[in-house]
Design a protein around this ligand. Structure first.
Ligand SMILES: Cc1cc2nc3c(=O)[nH]c(=O)nc-3n(C[C@H](O)[C@H](O)[C@H](O)COP(=O)(O)OP(=O)(O)OC[C@H]3O[C@@H](n4cnc5c(N)ncnc54)[C@H](O)[C@@H]3O)c2cc1C
Ligand code: FES
Length: 279
């Protein structure tokens, strides 16, 4: 039986400074063999523990889509011990990856539905995975309309700028980008995400909203979605509780009876309303 605590060694092939403030880097890691890639079969929404040998490990959402063969991507904010060590790793070095962990966005249930993907700040990582998966030619016909509403404080803090530019030019995705305040060189939309969601006013009919972002953004977007007719079971969120083992063994991450690492991190709002009032 495989040891669930044993990380897979992966080669760091790209350490890319994603944001102007340099606090977020995107890491591209390469599988060492087809067997390793097979053992890491994952679905958008899952996360992994990234291990920096000698420093420790921390959980990060998988930002790549399973359709991007041979590699994994993670976008990591520099906040503490492991993330700072990761930012300093040079291309070519080995990083440990433990996973895939947690549940995922319910891709089978989402088939045939319109999707409204709402992301704020750097929590856009697994939403990138989701959108990239849906936009793949093998999968696009399985889903209805795709609207992505993505906001950051300023243009320099938007992740994945090249991909956003490519999505802008496509007809099979409605991408709405916004920043909090006017900025030099930005002629796009300005406004906080809840107000933009209200303005875009996606129909709730046969639609699921998937939302990841800072708690304050989620708090103010929820009433807007409710006003638009989205029921708790039509709204999906991903939680970022403090974790340790990532596999339901240490009891570090639970909310009521649910382990966020194992039963989540993806929950419907209906499921969260059943749990103690922490969210
Ligand atoms: C499912 C999941 C997905 C995630 N995805 C991402 C992602 O894609 N990108 C990303 O950047 N982050 C992500 N995170 C968050 C990330 O795991 C944390 O920020 C993690 O703490 C970073 O590890 P670190 O060792 O660098 O930071 P730490 O050294 O753990 O410090 C992180 C911050 O928390 C504070 N802190 C440390 N210990 C405690 C404590 N005991 N109590 C209170 N505060 C404390 C520190 O002062 C610091 O500000 C995710 C978390 C989860 C659970
Ligand atoms: S992180 Fe150990 S039980 Fe969830």
């Amino acid at each position: 039986m495989n040891n669930p605590y044993l990380p897979l060694p992966m080669k760091l092939v790209k350490n890319f400074t994603e944001t102007e403030d340099k606090l977020i880097h995107t890491f591209t890691l390469e599988f060492q063999s087809e067997e390793d890639e097979k053992s890491f079969a994952y679905t958008p929404g899952q996360f992994a523990e990234l291990c920096v040998f000698g420093k420790g490990e921390a959980p990060f959402g998988i930002a790549s889509s399973p359709t991007e063969k041979g590699q994994l991507k993670f976008s990591v904010a520099k906040v503490g011990v492991v993330s700072t060590a990761l930012h300093l790793i040079e291309e070519g070095a080995t990083v440990g990856v433990r996973g895939p962990l947690g549940n995922s966005f319910p891709m089978e249930d989402l088939k045939g539905k319109n999707l409204v993907v709402i992301g704020g700040g750097f929590a856009f990582t697994t939403l990138r995975a989701l959108s990239t998966y849906i936009l793949h030619p093998d999968n696009r016909a399985d889903f209805g309309d795709l609207t992505v509403i993505y906001g950051a404080r300023n243009p320099g803090l938007l992740l994945y700028k090249e991909e956003l530019a490519e999505w802008e030019s496509r007809s099979d995705i409605n991408l709405v980008q916004t920043i909090d305040r006017p900025a030099d060189g930005w002629d796009g939309r300005v406004g906080f995400i809840p107000a933009v969601v209200e303005e875009v006013a996606p129909s709730a009919e046969n639609t699921v909203a998937i939302i990841c972002g800072p708690p304050v953004m989620i708090k103010f977007t929820m009433p807007v979605l409710e006003k638009l007719g989205f029921k708790p079971e039509q709204t999906i969120m991903s939680l970022e509780n403090r974790m340790k083992c990532g596999i339901g063994m240490c009891g570090r991450c639970n909310v009521g009876s649910q382990y966020v690492c194992k039963d989540g991190p993806v929950f419907t709002r209906a499921q969260l309303l059943e749990l103690p009032n922490e969210y």
